[in-house]
Write a protein that binds this ligand. Structure first.
Ligand code: FAD
Length: 385
């Protein structure tokens, strides 16, 4: 089974592991004092000043080349950095997409001029990106996107609509998957990726509230938006292949198993208090850790593949499907455990975090591709479809 044999155990190299202490020290001085329910937002948390502070330390675009403002370090260095940020619940949302996937995408497919224009600003925390894939009638069925960019004498004329675009209201740019030729029925043919400056005339961004009351994703409308010729990123008509490779970056990291970690840690702190470590709580702690540990090893194996410039699309899907399962189990299991305790014995702040994570947990297996779609990809990887 090639899907399993390609997941080779991988250790974090010593020079990258050495970064961990430095990152912890940095975070200790900054954001760990924020209340847990706020830290639980982590990659939904928006704080441009924090992003720029990371940029000044060389921790944005850490894998990108030095000559473009990056740190030229390995995917494992980024893994350590991201893992520490998520465990601490640092507000990484503003630079999150640019750092994780837009920067690497521009490096891989962009022209030298595009690389020079965008990447140094990404690395300084001055250019934030969002992902424009989903549309009102194209989510799982992404190949049916209808937003269209038509070539004209000035470049590209863009019309259409995107939806669920995380942080579009706070980003400078979107990398959008659009149709540049053919019809929606042409599926993977005729799709391209373009970079849209969200401050251009004709772009309207409307935030949408989620169940927790936060507004972190948006509807984005394009009405006769005139883009320059160099808005196209990569080859015209190759958007599908580019987007598929990008999704491996999106689905493979520690963020796909740590979304409930701030809650889990806060609950563990409560269980550690004298008299709170009931047999049921201790058993539950073991159950959760024993699932997180092998999953972490899986994400490291996928990181190893990414570090060799491979495109582990199926492995990343496996990673996200199982990872989001445990992320969703944690609030449910913690809630069951806390319900068995006497009324008034659970700190309010813990309940506050639990309420937030419970409200957003259904989205864990939707964002970045739904469970059913990932399982279809895994079945294909096993030669079953
Ligand atoms: C918090 C959050 C953040 C997001 N951020 C972004 C973003 O930044 N950019 C972006 O482009 N999108 C974003 N999305 C959108 C996300 O990618 C889509 O919601 C997702 O791909 C599903 O698409 P849909 O909502 O249209 O649901 P649909 O595709 O309509 O799916 C509805 C249900 O039907 C199932 N289904 C659909 N097709 C099949 C099939 N062939 N076989 C079996 N079952 C199927 C799905 O699994 C799902 O359960 C975000 C979503 C969330 C929840």
């Amino acid at each position: 089974m090639s899907v399993l044999t390609s997941l080779q155990p991988a250790a974090i190299p010593a020079e990258d592991e050495a970064l961990r202490g430095e990152v912890r020290e940095f975070l200790r001085g900054l954001h760990t004092q924020a209340p847990a329910h706020q830290r639980a937002r982590s990659w939904s948390g928006y704080d441009p000043e924090f992003s720029r502070a990371l940029g000044r330390r060389g921790w944005l675009g850490i894998t990108l080349p030095r000559e473009l403002g990056g740190a030229g370090r390995s995917a494992f260095a980024r893994y350590v950095l991201v893992e520490e940020m998520l465990c601490a619940g640092a507000p990484v949302g503003s630079h999150w997409i640019a750092d994780r996937q837009s920067g690497p995408l521009i490096l891989k497919y962009g022209t030298p001029a595009q690389q020079q224009f965008y990447i140094p600003r990404i690395c300084r925390g001055e250019a934030f990106f969002c992902i424009g894939m989903s549309e009102p009638n194209s989510g799982s069925d992404l190949a049916s996107v209808r937003t269209r960019a038509v070539r004209n004498e000035h470049g590209w004329l863009l019309n259409g609509q995107k939806i669920w675009t995380t942080n579009a209201h706070q980003c400078h740019y979107m990398i959008a998957l659009v149709r540049t030729s053919g019809e929606a029925t042409d599926r993977h043919q005729g799709l391209s990726q373009i970079i849209v400056d969200l401050s251009l005339p004709g772009v309207t961004v409307r935030p949408i509230s989620d169940m927790s009351g936060d507004s972190h994703f948006c509807e984005v409308f394009f009405d006769q938006v005139q883009l320059d010729a160099d808005a196209l990123i990569g080859a015209e008509g190759q958007g599908w292949a580019q987007v598929t490779a990008e999704l491996a970056f999106e689905r493979s990291g520690p963020e796909r198993l740590y979304s409930s970690l701030v809650l889990f840690d806060q609950w563990l702190d409560f269980v550690r208090l004298p008299g709170n470590a009931t047999p049921a709580a201790v058993q539950l702690a073991g159950q959760i850790v024993s699932q997180l540990a092998p999953l972490r090893a899986m994400t490291l194996a996928v990181t190893h593949q990414l570090s060799k410039n491979e495109s582990p699309v199926v492995e990343a899907a496996l990673n996200k499907d199982i990872g989001t399962g445990i992320e969703q189990d944690i609030p449910r299991l913690v809630a069951d455990e806390l319900m068995s305790r006497p009324a008034g014995s659970v700190p309010l702040e813990l309940l506050h975090t639990l309420a937030y994570v419970t409200a957003v947990a259904p989205s864990f297996s939707l964002r970045g591709g739904t469970r059913e779609i990932l399982r279809g990809m895994i079945a294909r990887g096993l030669g079953l479809r």
